[in-house]
Design a protein. Structure first.
Length: 319
């Protein structure tokens, strides 16, 4: 006498469950292999681009950088700061209540401390330079800011950073960067990483990116190089900016603060905006920064800077 129909159904059910377990085990192993392969592929790609520039750990350059007004006075010594502050705070113009903030290229940590003092609940500063991180921490100590879980610094190469694998992925309200992105070769990749790090809120609250770079009109010239030239006019001698090679994007090698071979990457304004849009950002602000009449009144030596914008300021939100 053969097994009953109920027993057959039970055996079929058990066999189905075993198959499901085997299938889950196989797919889990495959998924694990895929993840390992993806990590390996990404690591291989990043190792191919491992010669990132870190001029700030050069002792002579670091000393020269410390003589700049913005190095000594912080945000108060950065003339573009009021415009950036407006982009960050918007109409509230008040504070960053309970915000989580990431500063890429934090330098001395001036913005990190400002964000914490203005209501941010958590601020992380990232920089490629060990000397910059050490300096930021020393300023924190001088300001009697105790190292806590709410404010921290990490040493990372922005060409290789993987924010999408960070425990804080998707948690930041604001990513900020000052005069850093023109050193980045693969800016599209970095924008994708930033997008993954930002919070996806409701329609009224979305993760925001605010950054400044050297203005493309400033970074473009090749021959003659990026420097003022004396010209004769009907009214006498004057100075002009030698705009050339604007549409020829790519590497520019310059001298700065007594150091030769400083690598920067020239991009047009269109390219900066296009890279944001291609990586699922919505542009919310753009400013060609040049000194205002008030700036010139306070700093007459800046008058020549009115002939061309010095910085490009951009703000965007994730879609």
């Amino acid at each position: 006498m053969g097994p009953s129909s109920s027993r057959i159904s039970e055996l079929v059910s058990l066999r189905h469950e075993e198959c499901s377990l085997i299938y889950d085990s196989i797919t889990s192993k495959l998924d694990s292999q895929r993840r390992k392969l993806l990590r390996y592929s990404r690591a291989t790609y990043l190792n191919m681009h491992s010669d990132s520039q870190n001029i700030y750990d050069d002792p002579n350059f670091f000393t020269a950088y410390g003589t700049l007004k913005r190095s000594q006075q912080g945000l108060a010594g950065a003339p573009e700061w009021p415009s950036i502050r407006q982009m960050i705070l918007g109409s509230s113009n008040d504070s960053l209540p309970q915000s989580r903030v990431l500063d890429l290229g934090c330098g001395y940590g001036w913005f990190v401390r400002w964000a914490r003092e203005n209501g941010a609940s958590y601020v992380k500063g990232v920089d490629i330079s060990e000397k910059m991180i050490e300096k930021a921490k020393s300023f924190d100590t001088d300001a009697k800011i105790v190292a806590t879980r709410e404010i921290c610094y990490e040493e990372h190469d922005l060409e290789r950073i993987m924010l999408d694998e960070d425990p804080d992925c998707g948690s930041y309200d604001l990513v900020y960067s000052s005069l850093t992105f023109h050193y980045i070769e693969d800016l599209g990749r970095l924008f994708r990483q930033i997008h993954s790090s930002l919070k996806r809120g409701n329609k009224s609250v979305k993760g925001k990116l605010v950054f400044s770079v050297e203005h493309p009109i400033y970074s473009a010239p090749v021959q003659p190089a990026a420097d003022w030239i004396d010209v004769k006019t009907a009214g006498g001698e004057s100075q002009a900016w030698p705009l050339n090679s604007y549409s020829m994007e790519g590497l520019r090698v310059t001298s700065w603060l007594g150091t030769d071979g400083v690598r920067k990457y020239h991009r047009t304004t269109e390219t900066y905006v296009s890279l944001l849009l291609e990586n699922e950002f919505v542009l919310t602000g753009l400013k060609d920064w040049a000194p205002s009449d008030e700036d010139i009144a306070a700093n007459p030596e800046w008058s020549v800077e009115r002939h061309r914008p010095f910085f490009l300021l951009l703000a965007a939100e994730i879609r």
